[in-house]
Write a protein that binds this ligand. Sequence first.
Ligand SMILES: *Cc1c(COP(=O)(O)O)cnc(C)c1O
Length: 392
Amino acid sequence: MKNECYYNNFDRKEKLAFDTKVVHGGMGCDPITGAVSFPIFQTATFRHRAFGISTGYDYTRVQNPTRQELERTMAILENGLEGFAFSSGQAANMALFTWLPVGSHVILSDDIYGGTFRICDEIFSKFGCTFSWIDLSDLDAVRAAVKPETKMIFCETPTNPMMKVADIAALADIAHEIGALFVVDNTFMTPYFQRPLDLGADVVVHSATKYLCGHNDVIAGIAVAKSQEMCDFFHAQLKSHGNGLAPMDCWLLLRGLKTLALRMERHNANAMEVSHWLRKHPKVKKVYYSGFEDHKDYAVMTRQSTGFSGMISFELDSLETTMNLLSRVKLIMFAESLGGVESLVTYPLTQTHESIPADVREALGINERFIRISIGIENPRDIIADLEQALA
Ligand SMILES: *Cc1c(COP(=O)(O)O)cnc(C)c1O
């Protein structure tokens, strides 16, 4: 039942535009009842009709129809073979890193998300793995970091929080020349703006907690792979780690995804307006935003992405201004995370990037006056007015 219905839809859906696909997902509706909202299959196990006759589902840790609908939707949106839904972005990355052979070397962005840094530094270093933290926008530096045992290049672009832009296609070429796996963490851009698998990446990972969900109400992770081999690998990890996303959370994510195109347009337009306003503010020393035409890698950015998303970082003139901003914001909330409809302001030094060694942080520019802001979908005039009063 499930496969027939799904593949019929899939053939047809491949031809649809992205903003239609986000609404209709994998199967889109329940093939048995016609329920337009895909049901939450809140069950741990599945009854067999007779010996040897299964519905295709046996036990929810292995697979559940609601999770499968989300995974198929993500495979369609990222143009991959299959998707995998994990209990968090961290869980997705943990599963990915278990792919590494003992003693591997990995090249990653130098301002990588703090949790990804911890996975490397605290867990996989125990298995003899070594890591190079490189500015991936500098391809010569990437080539120079390659070792005989380099097995993976892991990239965020734009990076968090310095908004450095890496050339996805060029990094894919370097990785494939040396037989390494090339992975892109597409959390900041989502497939609405950037589809790394189309540009040569082997695997895309997401903290689906952020833009994919979009409502700051679910913790979730997604991986999408292109080869059968990597899909088989992820299936085995989900089954053994038991870290698949629960049915209710899969449903919330499916619900969030339906408005992805609309939300991303608004985040993008709002961030464009706020970033230009910030740049003119006398107390703002420097603004980091991938949508500035004078961004060092604006040409790469516009070649591989159709927008800039809603993330902005900036450096203020003093610690006092910074502390005042964090305690005076009213509409904008001082909270960790990003990508939701509500604007959030984050202090990377003690929140997202606390685990990064102090000297690396300093060199990057993540100092005590450094702020990151996730621009929500509110009216941009209200966001600017709130920043204006908090900076006054
Ligand atoms: C938040 C985040 C993660 C971790 O995801 P969780 O869902 O919080 O576990 C990984 N990468 C990036 C870029 C993130 O922003």
